[in-house]
Design a protein around this ligand. Structure first.
Ligand code: GAP
Length: 467
Protein backbone atom coordinates (compact mmCIF):
# COMPACT_ATOMS: atom_id res chain seq x y z
CA UNK A 1 0.00 0.00 0.00
CA UNK A 2 1.53 3.35 -0.95
CA UNK A 3 1.91 6.19 1.55
CA UNK A 4 -0.93 8.31 0.15
CA UNK A 5 -3.36 5.40 0.13
CA UNK A 6 -2.38 4.55 3.72
CA UNK A 7 -2.92 8.18 4.79
CA UNK A 8 -6.38 8.23 3.23
CA UNK A 9 -7.34 4.93 4.87
CA UNK A 10 -6.14 6.37 8.16
CA UNK A 11 -8.25 9.51 7.72
CA UNK A 12 -11.32 7.39 7.04
CA UNK A 13 -10.65 5.34 10.16
CA UNK A 14 -9.99 8.42 12.27
CA UNK A 15 -13.26 10.04 11.21
CA UNK A 16 -15.33 6.90 11.76
CA UNK A 17 -13.73 6.49 15.17
CA UNK A 18 -14.26 10.14 16.15
CA UNK A 19 -17.89 9.86 15.05
CA UNK A 20 -18.43 6.95 17.43
CA UNK A 21 -16.33 8.32 20.31
CA UNK A 22 -17.94 11.75 20.33
CA UNK A 23 -21.53 10.80 19.60
CA UNK A 24 -21.88 11.75 15.93
CA UNK A 25 -22.65 8.42 14.23
CA UNK A 26 -23.11 4.86 15.49
CA UNK A 27 -23.46 1.71 13.42
CA UNK A 28 -27.11 0.65 13.50
CA UNK A 29 -28.18 -2.18 15.86
CA UNK A 30 -24.64 -2.42 17.17
CA UNK A 31 -25.48 -4.45 20.28
CA UNK A 32 -27.03 -7.08 17.98
CA UNK A 33 -23.94 -7.25 15.81
CA UNK A 34 -24.91 -4.43 13.43
CA UNK A 35 -27.14 -4.08 10.39
CA UNK A 36 -25.38 -3.37 7.09
CA UNK A 37 -25.89 -0.10 5.28
CA UNK A 38 -27.71 1.69 8.09
CA UNK A 39 -26.42 4.20 10.63
CA UNK A 40 -27.76 6.07 13.66
CA UNK A 41 -26.95 9.69 14.40
CA UNK A 42 -25.97 10.39 18.01
CA UNK A 43 -26.43 13.55 20.11
CA UNK A 44 -23.74 15.54 18.23
CA UNK A 45 -24.60 13.99 14.88
CA UNK A 46 -28.24 14.95 15.03
CA UNK A 47 -27.29 18.58 15.78
CA UNK A 48 -24.85 18.74 12.86
CA UNK A 49 -27.32 16.96 10.59
CA UNK A 50 -30.13 19.35 11.54
CA UNK A 51 -27.86 22.35 10.97
CA UNK A 52 -26.97 21.12 7.48
CA UNK A 53 -30.64 20.58 6.68
CA UNK A 54 -31.56 24.01 8.08
CA UNK A 55 -28.91 25.67 5.93
CA UNK A 56 -30.15 23.78 2.87
CA UNK A 57 -33.75 24.82 3.60
CA UNK A 58 -32.66 28.41 4.10
CA UNK A 59 -30.96 28.51 0.70
CA UNK A 60 -33.47 26.39 -1.21
CA UNK A 61 -36.76 27.64 0.28
CA UNK A 62 -36.59 30.61 2.64
CA UNK A 63 -34.26 32.79 0.60
CA UNK A 64 -36.38 32.20 -2.50
CA UNK A 65 -39.78 33.60 -3.39
CA UNK A 66 -40.07 31.11 -6.25
CA UNK A 67 -39.57 27.90 -4.23
CA UNK A 68 -41.90 26.29 -1.69
CA UNK A 69 -41.49 23.31 0.62
CA UNK A 70 -43.21 19.93 0.80
CA UNK A 71 -43.17 16.89 3.05
CA UNK A 72 -44.63 13.98 1.13
CA UNK A 73 -45.03 10.46 2.45
CA UNK A 74 -42.53 7.61 2.22
CA UNK A 75 -45.19 5.16 1.04
CA UNK A 76 -46.90 6.01 -2.22
CA UNK A 77 -49.01 4.22 -4.78
CA UNK A 78 -46.93 1.48 -6.46
CA UNK A 79 -48.18 2.91 -9.76
CA UNK A 80 -45.86 5.87 -9.22
CA UNK A 81 -42.82 3.61 -9.37
CA UNK A 82 -44.20 1.92 -12.49
CA UNK A 83 -44.72 5.25 -14.23
CA UNK A 84 -41.32 6.62 -13.23
CA UNK A 85 -39.60 3.53 -14.62
CA UNK A 86 -38.17 2.43 -11.28
CA UNK A 87 -39.76 -1.02 -11.22
CA UNK A 88 -38.11 -1.92 -14.54
CA UNK A 89 -34.93 0.18 -14.52
CA UNK A 90 -33.28 1.51 -11.35
CA UNK A 91 -31.02 -1.49 -11.08
CA UNK A 92 -27.31 -2.00 -10.68
CA UNK A 93 -25.50 -4.67 -12.70
CA UNK A 94 -23.47 -6.68 -10.20
CA UNK A 95 -21.03 -9.58 -10.37
CA UNK A 96 -19.57 -11.51 -7.47
CA UNK A 97 -16.00 -12.69 -7.02
CA UNK A 98 -16.24 -16.48 -6.68
CA UNK A 99 -13.09 -16.55 -4.56
CA UNK A 100 -13.93 -14.05 -1.80
CA UNK A 101 -17.58 -13.07 -2.47
CA UNK A 102 -16.78 -9.41 -3.00
CA UNK A 103 -19.44 -7.82 -5.21
CA UNK A 104 -18.55 -5.32 -7.91
CA UNK A 105 -20.68 -2.76 -9.76
CA UNK A 106 -19.98 -3.87 -13.30
CA UNK A 107 -20.95 -0.58 -14.97
CA UNK A 108 -18.51 1.34 -12.71
CA UNK A 109 -15.67 -1.13 -13.26
CA UNK A 110 -16.21 -0.99 -17.03
CA UNK A 111 -16.29 2.80 -16.97
CA UNK A 112 -12.90 2.80 -15.22
CA UNK A 113 -11.63 0.93 -18.27
CA UNK A 114 -13.21 3.54 -20.55
CA UNK A 115 -16.09 1.24 -21.58
CA UNK A 116 -19.61 2.62 -21.24
CA UNK A 117 -22.45 0.28 -20.31
CA UNK A 118 -25.76 1.87 -21.25
CA UNK A 119 -28.26 1.56 -18.40
CA UNK A 120 -30.91 0.26 -20.83
CA UNK A 121 -28.74 -2.77 -21.69
CA UNK A 122 -30.28 -6.16 -20.97
CA UNK A 123 -28.55 -8.62 -18.66
CA UNK A 124 -27.34 -10.61 -21.72
CA UNK A 125 -25.88 -7.53 -23.37
CA UNK A 126 -24.03 -6.41 -20.28
CA UNK A 127 -22.73 -9.97 -19.74
CA UNK A 128 -21.28 -9.90 -23.25
CA UNK A 129 -19.57 -6.58 -22.55
CA UNK A 130 -18.26 -7.89 -19.23
CA UNK A 131 -16.89 -11.06 -20.91
CA UNK A 132 -15.10 -8.98 -23.55
CA UNK A 133 -13.31 -6.97 -20.86
CA UNK A 134 -12.92 -9.61 -18.15
CA UNK A 135 -9.22 -10.14 -18.72
CA UNK A 136 -8.61 -6.56 -17.52
CA UNK A 137 -10.80 -6.79 -14.40
CA UNK A 138 -9.48 -7.97 -11.05
CA UNK A 139 -11.36 -8.36 -7.78
CA UNK A 140 -10.64 -5.20 -5.73
CA UNK A 141 -10.28 -7.37 -2.64
CA UNK A 142 -8.42 -10.62 -3.49
CA UNK A 143 -7.14 -9.51 -6.94
CA UNK A 144 -8.29 -12.79 -8.53
CA UNK A 145 -10.21 -12.94 -11.83
CA UNK A 146 -12.96 -15.44 -11.19
CA UNK A 147 -16.36 -13.75 -11.41
CA UNK A 148 -19.98 -14.92 -11.48
CA UNK A 149 -22.31 -13.87 -14.29
CA UNK A 150 -23.62 -10.30 -14.14
CA UNK A 151 -27.05 -9.92 -12.56
CA UNK A 152 -29.16 -6.77 -12.46
CA UNK A 153 -30.59 -6.03 -9.02
CA UNK A 154 -33.54 -3.71 -8.61
CA UNK A 155 -32.84 -1.16 -5.91
CA UNK A 156 -36.43 -0.53 -4.78
CA UNK A 157 -37.14 -1.82 -1.25
CA UNK A 158 -40.40 -3.80 -1.19
CA UNK A 159 -42.83 -3.83 1.70
CA UNK A 160 -46.00 -5.73 2.56
CA UNK A 161 -47.93 -2.60 3.50
CA UNK A 162 -51.65 -3.23 3.04
CA UNK A 163 -51.05 -6.82 1.91
CA UNK A 164 -52.99 -8.94 4.40
CA UNK A 165 -52.78 -12.15 2.35
CA UNK A 166 -49.01 -12.16 2.75
CA UNK A 167 -48.71 -13.15 -0.89
CA UNK A 168 -47.01 -9.85 -1.68
CA UNK A 169 -48.54 -10.01 -5.14
CA UNK A 170 -48.85 -6.23 -5.25
CA UNK A 171 -45.91 -4.99 -3.23
CA UNK A 172 -45.69 -1.41 -2.16
CA UNK A 173 -42.28 0.19 -1.94
CA UNK A 174 -40.39 2.45 0.40
CA UNK A 175 -39.54 5.43 -1.76
CA UNK A 176 -36.27 5.16 -3.64
CA UNK A 177 -35.99 8.94 -4.09
CA UNK A 178 -37.90 11.84 -2.60
CA UNK A 179 -38.50 13.69 -5.88
CA UNK A 180 -41.33 11.39 -7.00
CA UNK A 181 -43.42 12.80 -4.13
CA UNK A 182 -42.77 16.25 -5.59
CA UNK A 183 -43.80 15.31 -9.14
CA UNK A 184 -47.08 13.78 -8.04
CA UNK A 185 -47.90 16.86 -5.95
CA UNK A 186 -46.98 19.32 -8.68
CA UNK A 187 -50.62 20.04 -9.52
CA UNK A 188 -51.69 20.27 -5.87
CA UNK A 189 -49.01 22.83 -5.10
CA UNK A 190 -49.64 24.82 -8.26
CA UNK A 191 -53.40 24.96 -7.63
CA UNK A 192 -53.25 25.63 -3.89
CA UNK A 193 -50.52 28.24 -3.58
CA UNK A 194 -50.78 29.60 -7.12
CA UNK A 195 -47.20 29.30 -8.26
CA UNK A 196 -46.28 30.65 -11.69
CA UNK A 197 -43.49 29.25 -13.85
CA UNK A 198 -40.65 29.09 -13.19
CA UNK A 199 -41.08 27.73 -9.67
CA UNK A 200 -39.64 25.03 -7.47
CA UNK A 201 -40.74 22.53 -4.84
CA UNK A 202 -38.22 21.35 -2.26
CA UNK A 203 -38.24 18.57 0.29
CA UNK A 204 -35.98 16.74 2.68
CA UNK A 205 -36.73 13.16 3.63
CA UNK A 206 -35.69 9.56 3.88
CA UNK A 207 -35.08 7.36 0.86
CA UNK A 208 -34.36 3.64 0.75
CA UNK A 209 -32.38 1.57 -1.71
CA UNK A 210 -31.48 -2.08 -1.71
CA UNK A 211 -27.81 -1.33 -2.31
CA UNK A 212 -26.01 -4.62 -2.86
CA UNK A 213 -22.77 -3.40 -1.36
CA UNK A 214 -23.30 -0.53 1.06
CA UNK A 215 -19.88 0.92 1.75
CA UNK A 216 -17.69 3.84 2.68
CA UNK A 217 -19.51 4.76 5.86
CA UNK A 218 -22.37 7.21 5.16
CA UNK A 219 -21.51 7.44 1.48
CA UNK A 220 -23.61 4.54 0.25
CA UNK A 221 -26.30 3.34 2.63
CA UNK A 222 -29.58 1.48 2.34
CA UNK A 223 -31.50 4.05 4.34
CA UNK A 224 -30.45 7.66 3.82
CA UNK A 225 -31.85 11.13 3.62
CA UNK A 226 -32.16 13.25 0.51
CA UNK A 227 -32.53 17.00 0.02
CA UNK A 228 -34.14 17.56 -3.35
CA UNK A 229 -35.53 20.56 -5.18
CA UNK A 230 -37.40 20.24 -8.47
CA UNK A 231 -37.63 23.43 -10.51
CA UNK A 232 -40.38 23.64 -13.13
CA UNK A 233 -39.62 25.79 -16.17
CA UNK A 234 -40.92 26.64 -19.62
CA UNK A 235 -39.19 24.37 -22.17
CA UNK A 236 -37.21 27.24 -23.66
CA UNK A 237 -35.90 28.33 -20.24
CA UNK A 238 -34.71 24.93 -19.06
CA UNK A 239 -31.01 25.29 -19.85
CA UNK A 240 -30.63 28.91 -18.70
CA UNK A 241 -32.34 28.06 -15.39
CA UNK A 242 -30.11 25.01 -15.16
CA UNK A 243 -26.97 27.14 -15.36
CA UNK A 244 -28.39 29.50 -12.71
CA UNK A 245 -29.15 26.56 -10.42
CA UNK A 246 -25.62 25.18 -10.79
CA UNK A 247 -24.15 28.53 -9.80
CA UNK A 248 -26.57 28.87 -6.90
CA UNK A 249 -25.81 25.42 -5.48
CA UNK A 250 -22.06 26.09 -5.71
CA UNK A 251 -22.51 29.28 -3.67
CA UNK A 252 -24.74 27.50 -1.14
CA UNK A 253 -22.23 24.67 -0.68
CA UNK A 254 -19.31 27.07 -0.23
CA UNK A 255 -21.31 29.00 2.37
CA UNK A 256 -21.01 25.93 4.63
CA UNK A 257 -17.29 26.61 4.92
CA UNK A 258 -15.84 23.99 2.52
CA UNK A 259 -12.32 24.40 1.19
CA UNK A 260 -12.98 25.12 -2.47
CA UNK A 261 -10.04 23.00 -3.64
CA UNK A 262 -11.78 19.92 -2.25
CA UNK A 263 -14.81 20.40 -4.52
CA UNK A 264 -15.24 20.15 -8.27
CA UNK A 265 -17.87 19.78 -10.97
CA UNK A 266 -18.02 16.55 -12.96
CA UNK A 267 -20.10 16.33 -16.09
CA UNK A 268 -22.00 13.07 -16.70
CA UNK A 269 -20.85 11.44 -19.92
CA UNK A 270 -23.40 8.66 -19.77
CA UNK A 271 -26.83 10.33 -19.66
CA UNK A 272 -30.20 8.62 -19.25
CA UNK A 273 -32.10 8.92 -22.51
CA UNK A 274 -34.41 11.79 -21.46
CA UNK A 275 -31.77 13.93 -19.70
CA UNK A 276 -30.36 17.02 -21.36
CA UNK A 277 -27.37 17.49 -19.11
CA UNK A 278 -26.19 16.41 -15.67
CA UNK A 279 -23.37 17.49 -13.41
CA UNK A 280 -22.23 16.18 -10.05
CA UNK A 281 -20.61 18.24 -7.36
CA UNK A 282 -17.80 15.96 -6.27
CA UNK A 283 -16.03 16.15 -2.93
CA UNK A 284 -12.53 14.82 -2.31
CA UNK A 285 -13.42 11.97 0.09
CA UNK A 286 -10.59 9.93 1.65
CA UNK A 287 -10.63 7.61 -1.41
CA UNK A 288 -10.68 10.48 -3.95
CA UNK A 289 -13.21 12.74 -5.68
CA UNK A 290 -16.70 11.24 -5.67
CA UNK A 291 -20.32 12.38 -6.05
CA UNK A 292 -21.74 14.50 -3.23
CA UNK A 293 -24.76 15.91 -5.03
CA UNK A 294 -26.11 16.48 -8.52
CA UNK A 295 -27.83 19.06 -10.70
CA UNK A 296 -29.79 17.53 -13.54
CA UNK A 297 -31.77 18.88 -16.53
CA UNK A 298 -34.50 16.27 -16.94
CA UNK A 299 -36.67 17.65 -19.77
CA UNK A 300 -40.39 16.95 -19.42
CA UNK A 301 -39.94 13.22 -18.80
CA UNK A 302 -41.21 13.12 -15.21
CA UNK A 303 -44.46 15.00 -15.66
CA UNK A 304 -45.10 13.25 -18.98
CA UNK A 305 -44.70 9.83 -17.36
CA UNK A 306 -47.00 10.72 -14.47
CA UNK A 307 -49.57 12.25 -16.85
CA UNK A 308 -49.67 8.96 -18.73
CA UNK A 309 -49.59 6.84 -15.57
CA UNK A 310 -52.28 8.76 -13.68
CA UNK A 311 -54.32 9.82 -16.73
CA UNK A 312 -54.36 13.35 -15.24
CA UNK A 313 -53.31 16.38 -17.19
CA UNK A 314 -50.12 17.60 -15.49
CA UNK A 315 -49.89 20.74 -17.52
CA UNK A 316 -49.35 24.40 -16.88
CA UNK A 317 -51.65 26.85 -18.52
CA UNK A 318 -50.14 30.18 -19.44
CA UNK A 319 -52.78 32.65 -18.23
CA UNK A 320 -51.92 35.22 -20.92
CA UNK A 321 -51.77 33.01 -23.98
CA UNK A 322 -53.90 30.11 -22.66
CA UNK A 323 -51.21 27.83 -24.04
CA UNK A 324 -50.86 24.50 -22.19
CA UNK A 325 -47.41 23.09 -21.68
CA UNK A 326 -45.80 20.25 -19.75
CA UNK A 327 -43.12 22.03 -17.72
CA UNK A 328 -39.51 20.91 -17.96
CA UNK A 329 -37.68 20.08 -14.76
CA UNK A 330 -34.25 20.83 -13.42
CA UNK A 331 -33.36 19.21 -10.16
CA UNK A 332 -30.90 19.67 -7.36
CA UNK A 333 -30.46 16.40 -5.51
CA UNK A 334 -28.13 15.66 -2.62
CA UNK A 335 -27.77 13.23 0.23
CA UNK A 336 -27.59 14.49 3.81
CA UNK A 337 -25.17 11.67 4.74
CA UNK A 338 -22.76 12.44 1.91
CA UNK A 339 -22.75 16.13 2.83
CA UNK A 340 -22.33 15.31 6.52
CA UNK A 341 -19.39 13.00 5.81
CA UNK A 342 -17.79 15.53 3.43
CA UNK A 343 -18.05 18.38 5.93
CA UNK A 344 -16.45 16.19 8.62
CA UNK A 345 -13.57 15.25 6.28
CA UNK A 346 -13.12 18.92 5.42
CA UNK A 347 -13.20 20.10 9.02
CA UNK A 348 -11.01 17.35 10.52
CA UNK A 349 -7.72 18.94 11.60
CA UNK A 350 -4.73 17.74 13.56
CA UNK A 351 -2.16 20.06 15.09
CA UNK A 352 0.01 20.44 18.15
CA UNK A 353 -0.96 22.58 21.09
CA UNK A 354 1.02 22.99 24.29
CA UNK A 355 3.40 20.25 23.12
CA UNK A 356 0.56 17.77 22.66
CA UNK A 357 -1.13 16.42 19.54
CA UNK A 358 -4.74 17.49 19.27
CA UNK A 359 -7.66 16.89 16.95
CA UNK A 360 -10.31 19.46 16.24
CA UNK A 361 -13.18 20.03 13.83
CA UNK A 362 -12.87 23.36 12.12
CA UNK A 363 -16.62 23.81 11.64
CA UNK A 364 -18.33 27.11 10.97
CA UNK A 365 -20.32 28.25 13.97
CA UNK A 366 -23.58 28.06 12.00
CA UNK A 367 -23.21 24.29 11.59
CA UNK A 368 -21.20 23.36 14.70
CA UNK A 369 -23.29 21.03 16.93
CA UNK A 370 -22.59 23.15 20.03
CA UNK A 371 -22.18 26.92 19.75
CA UNK A 372 -20.27 27.44 23.02
CA UNK A 373 -19.39 25.51 26.18
CA UNK A 374 -19.47 26.99 29.67
CA UNK A 375 -17.12 25.70 32.37
CA UNK A 376 -16.76 26.52 36.05
CA UNK A 377 -12.99 26.36 36.66
CA UNK A 378 -13.50 23.94 39.55
CA UNK A 379 -16.50 21.76 40.11
CA UNK A 380 -16.15 21.63 43.91
CA UNK A 381 -16.48 25.39 44.39
CA UNK A 382 -20.23 26.12 44.64
CA UNK A 383 -19.75 29.84 44.03
CA UNK A 384 -18.02 29.12 40.69
CA UNK A 385 -20.63 26.55 39.69
CA UNK A 386 -23.47 28.94 40.60
CA UNK A 387 -22.00 31.77 38.50
CA UNK A 388 -21.26 29.40 35.60
CA UNK A 389 -24.89 28.21 35.67
CA UNK A 390 -26.06 31.83 35.53
CA UNK A 391 -23.86 32.49 32.50
CA UNK A 392 -25.09 29.25 30.91
CA UNK A 393 -28.75 30.23 31.45
CA UNK A 394 -28.23 33.70 30.06
CA UNK A 395 -26.52 32.37 26.90
CA UNK A 396 -28.93 29.49 26.43
CA UNK A 397 -31.88 31.92 26.30
CA UNK A 398 -30.36 33.53 23.22
CA UNK A 399 -28.21 30.91 21.51
CA UNK A 400 -28.78 27.14 21.28
CA UNK A 401 -27.35 24.75 22.02
CA UNK A 402 -24.90 25.78 24.73
CA UNK A 403 -23.22 23.06 26.75
CA UNK A 404 -22.36 23.07 30.46
CA UNK A 405 -19.38 20.93 31.44
CA UNK A 406 -17.72 20.64 34.85
CA UNK A 407 -16.23 17.20 34.32
CA UNK A 408 -12.44 16.70 34.47
CA UNK A 409 -9.63 19.19 34.24
CA UNK A 410 -9.95 22.20 31.97
CA UNK A 411 -7.46 20.83 29.44
CA UNK A 412 -9.55 17.68 28.96
CA UNK A 413 -12.72 19.73 28.65
CA UNK A 414 -11.10 21.85 25.92
CA UNK A 415 -10.03 18.71 24.02
CA UNK A 416 -13.55 17.28 24.15
CA UNK A 417 -15.04 20.47 22.75
CA UNK A 418 -12.30 20.70 20.09
CA UNK A 419 -13.21 17.24 18.86
CA UNK A 420 -16.84 18.17 18.36
CA UNK A 421 -15.98 21.53 16.83
CA UNK A 422 -17.29 23.92 19.52
CA UNK A 423 -16.03 27.36 18.47
CA UNK A 424 -15.78 28.87 21.99
CA UNK A 425 -15.14 27.64 25.53
CA UNK A 426 -16.04 30.05 28.33
CA UNK A 427 -14.48 29.62 31.76
CA UNK A 428 -15.77 31.15 34.96
CA UNK A 429 -12.89 31.56 37.42
CA UNK A 430 -12.23 33.37 40.68
CA UNK A 431 -11.53 36.63 38.87
CA UNK A 432 -15.08 36.47 37.49
CA UNK A 433 -16.25 36.63 41.10
CA UNK A 434 -14.03 39.65 41.82
CA UNK A 435 -10.87 38.12 43.28
CA UNK A 436 -9.20 40.60 40.99
CA UNK A 437 -11.70 43.50 41.16
CA UNK A 438 -10.64 44.69 37.72
CA UNK A 439 -11.95 41.43 36.26
CA UNK A 440 -15.24 41.29 38.14
CA UNK A 441 -17.97 39.82 35.86
CA UNK A 442 -15.53 38.93 33.11
CA UNK A 443 -14.75 35.43 31.80
CA UNK A 444 -12.09 33.84 29.63
CA UNK A 445 -13.13 32.90 26.12
CA UNK A 446 -10.96 30.35 24.35
CA UNK A 447 -10.93 30.22 20.57
CA UNK A 448 -11.07 26.63 19.20
CA UNK A 449 -8.76 27.17 16.22
CA UNK A 450 -5.97 29.19 17.83
CA UNK A 451 -6.35 28.05 21.43
CA UNK A 452 -5.93 31.71 22.42
CA UNK A 453 -7.86 33.09 25.36
CA UNK A 454 -9.20 36.56 25.90
CA UNK A 455 -10.95 38.08 28.85
CA UNK A 456 -14.24 39.68 28.09
CA UNK A 457 -17.20 41.03 30.02
CA UNK A 458 -20.13 38.64 30.52
CA UNK A 459 -22.35 41.32 29.02
CA UNK A 460 -20.42 41.06 25.72
CA UNK A 461 -20.58 37.27 25.42
CA UNK A 462 -23.72 36.99 23.30
CA UNK A 463 -22.38 39.41 20.75
CA UNK A 464 -19.04 37.58 20.67
CA UNK A 465 -20.58 34.14 20.09
CA UNK A 466 -23.07 35.39 17.52
CA UNK A 467 -20.40 37.23 15.51
N1 GAP B 1 -33.72 12.22 -7.83
C1 GAP B 1 -32.44 11.97 -8.35
C2 GAP B 1 -31.66 11.03 -7.55
O1 GAP B 1 -32.14 10.43 -6.59
P1 GAP B 1 -29.26 10.01 -7.37
O2 GAP B 1 -27.98 10.42 -8.07
O3 GAP B 1 -29.63 8.59 -7.41
O4 GAP B 1 -30.39 10.94 -7.99
C3 GAP B 1 -29.08 11.81 -5.50
O5 GAP B 1 -29.21 10.45 -5.84
C4 GAP B 1 -28.19 11.97 -4.30
O6 GAP B 1 -28.62 11.14 -3.23
C5 GAP B 1 -26.72 11.55 -4.55
O7 GAP B 1 -25.99 12.61 -5.12
C6 GAP B 1 -26.26 11.23 -3.15
O8 GAP B 1 -25.89 12.41 -2.47
C7 GAP B 1 -27.51 10.67 -2.49
N2 GAP B 1 -27.51 9.19 -2.52
C8 GAP B 1 -27.89 8.38 -3.51
N3 GAP B 1 -27.78 7.09 -3.16
C9 GAP B 1 -27.30 7.08 -1.91
C10 GAP B 1 -26.97 6.04 -0.99
N4 GAP B 1 -27.15 4.76 -1.28
N5 GAP B 1 -26.51 6.40 0.24
C11 GAP B 1 -26.34 7.70 0.56
N6 GAP B 1 -26.64 8.72 -0.27
C12 GAP B 1 -27.11 8.42 -1.49
Amino acid sequence: MNEKHQKNEDLMEKIVSLCKRRGFVYPSSEIYGGFAGVYDFGPMGVELENNLKTQWWKWMVHKRQDIVGLDSSIFMSPQIWEASGHTKGFSDPMAECKECNTRIRVDKVLLDLGVEADEKMSEDEINMLFDENKKNIKCPNCKKQNFSKVKKFNLLVKSNLGDFTESNSTPSYLRGETCQGIYVNFKNVMDSVHMKLPFGIAQIGKAFRNEISPRQFLFRGREFEQMEMQYFTKPEDEMSEYEKLREYRWKAILSLGFKEENLRWKKHENLVFYAKEAYDVEYKYPWGFDEMEGVHARGNYDLTQHSIGSKKDLVYQNEETNEKIIPHIIESSGGVGRLFFAILCDAYTEDEMGGEKRVYLKLKSSIAPIKAAVFPLLKNKPELVKKAKEVFDMLNEEIQPILFDDNGNIGKRYRRQDEIGTPYCITIDFDTLGENPEHLNTVTVRDRDTGEQERIAISELIQKIKA
